[in-house]
Design a protein around this ligand. Structure first.
Ligand code: DSN
Length: 426
């Protein structure tokens, strides 16, 4: 069959963009060739509504093997008792948890979006904020860390049924034990969305939230370096008989509630080609090289954060425990918005995203911050000695973000250097 020239030209263009630039978006990564192969496989042809061994279609015995492999490997990585690998994304995983744990209008609590939280943790324009009563907790302005005192006070006063920990732009470890304690005190379910640091947790470099939370959700494509997708897990609370009582008076296990909240509650047929790619990525995460990779991700982030601070930039919370950092541009360039900075850096083939900083004086469309992360450049092979070099290039662009000549000079240096780090084998 003749290739579709239009779309394959576009794919080629994106491949070139990824190859020639420095990718610093904290939520992105480059998957292995075998993850790509599994995603582009014949498994996309199969309908498999239901779960392995209990499907609504014939001919599922082969995809059952792939889904079981994904489930078993994921359990092994995080020491989980229950997993569901079908959510199409992190937001879908979160939606299923809401459906299993709450009724429309119930109160729940998550980190304020403008302090680093996530859309699906209660934003007014997301299903979570539209269908439920969302209350939030914040970061402390001085420390740039979660204000656990505020979290506890609000939880006691408002008695949310669900408390969510986890963030999209937060560079510090969480005190999960403290949140679990207040959740137990008020009878709330404690959920952790570990999407961002999932790979570091898998490698044992950050605390495993399954030890503390009733339910954990994640994406599979950030630090975990798998295909785009979501998962749900449970650890020690798996056997808790909490859950909804059926009309017949039976108490349903949370695992059954979660399974039916994913399918048929919020999704139809699972993406078995993506589940196979998840299985591949989970297999990779179980290898010793994965730990070495994550150690480098963390080391690169720490060195990059220090390099920013050495040049006079403010890093929220003064550093990082994980793969990411949030730069407040106002200390160095008070008149520069995140929007203009992002645009200039992208033109220099350095990809990042504008981000609100806690207590930002600008809107989400302008912002005073930039978010950076090291998972993708570490996969590419860059080590800590290159981090100050990257930060200097960023600073060169930000000194004259409107100057095409300045940007073009940096772009040339970026493209030449990245040429030394091959990315795709096929
Ligand atoms: N959009 C993702 C991020 O960039 O962090 C979160 O889902």
């Amino acid at each position: 069959m003749k290739q579709d020239p239009e779309i394959f030209a576009i794919i080629q263009k994106e491949r070139e963009r990824q190859t020639k630039g420095i990718e610093l978006i904290a939520s992105e990564n480059f998957v292995s060739d075998q993850v790509l192969q599994a995603m582009g496989s014949v498994l996309t042809n199969k309908y498999a509504e239901g779960y392995p061994g209990h499907r609504y279609y014939g001919g599922c015995e082969v995809v059952d093997l792939a889904e079981d492999l994904a489930r078993n490997r994921l359990k092994q990585i995080y020491n989980a008792e229950y997993v569901n690998v079908q959510p199409h994304s992190g937001a879908q995983a979160n939606m299923a948890v809401f459906m299993a744990c709450l009724k429309a209008g119930d109160t729940f609590m998550g980190l304020n979006l403008s302090h680093g939280g996530h859309l699906s943790h209660g934003s007014a324009v997301n299903f979570s904020g539209l269908m439920f009563r969302a209350i939030d907790y914040s970061l402390n302005e001085q420390t740039g860390r979660v204000d656990y005192d505020e979290l506890e006070q609000k939880a006691r006063a408002e008695r949310p049924k669900l408390i969510i920990a986890g963030a999209s732009a937060y560079s510090r470890e969480w005190d999960y034990a403290r949140i679990r304690k207040v959740a137990d005190e008020i009878g709330a379910i404690f959920m952790v969305d570990m999407a961002h640091p999932a790979g570091l947790i898998a490698a044992g470099l950050l605390d495993n939230p399954l030890k503390y939370a009733h339910i954990v959700t994640s994406t599979t494509h950030k630090t975990l370096r798998g295909p785009r997708g979501g998962v749900i897990l449970m650890g020690k609370d798996f056997a808790n008989p909490w859950g909804k009582t059926t009309p017949k008076g039976e108490v349903k296990m949370m695992s059954a509630l979660l399974d039916s909240a994913v399918f048929p509650g919020t999704q139809g047929g699972p993406l078995e080609h993506v589940i196979a790619a998840k299985a591949v990525a989970f297999g990779e995460a179980l290898q010793p090289e994965f730990k070495t990779y994550q150690q480098q991700v963390k080391k690169n982030a720490a060195v990059m954060a220090q390099a920013f601070m050495d040049l006079g930039y403010k890093i929220i919370s003064g550093g990082t425990d994980n793969h990411s950092m949030l730069v407040d541009l106002r200390t160095k360039y008070p008149d520069l918005t995140g929007k203009v900075a992002e645009h200039a850096l992208v033109a220099a083939d350095i990809t990042t995203n504008k981000n609100m900083v806690p207590f930002d004086t600008r809107s989400a469309f302008q912002t005073s911050g930039l978010r950076f992360g090291t998972p993708a450049i570490t996969t590419r092979g860059l080590k800590e000695d290159k981090m100050p070099w990257i930060v200097e290039l960023i600073d060169t662009v930000l000194q004259a973000p409107e100057s095409e000549t300045n940007i073009a000079k940096v772009r040339e240096v970026v493209n030449q250097e990245m040429n030394q780090y091959p990315l795709f084998a096929w």
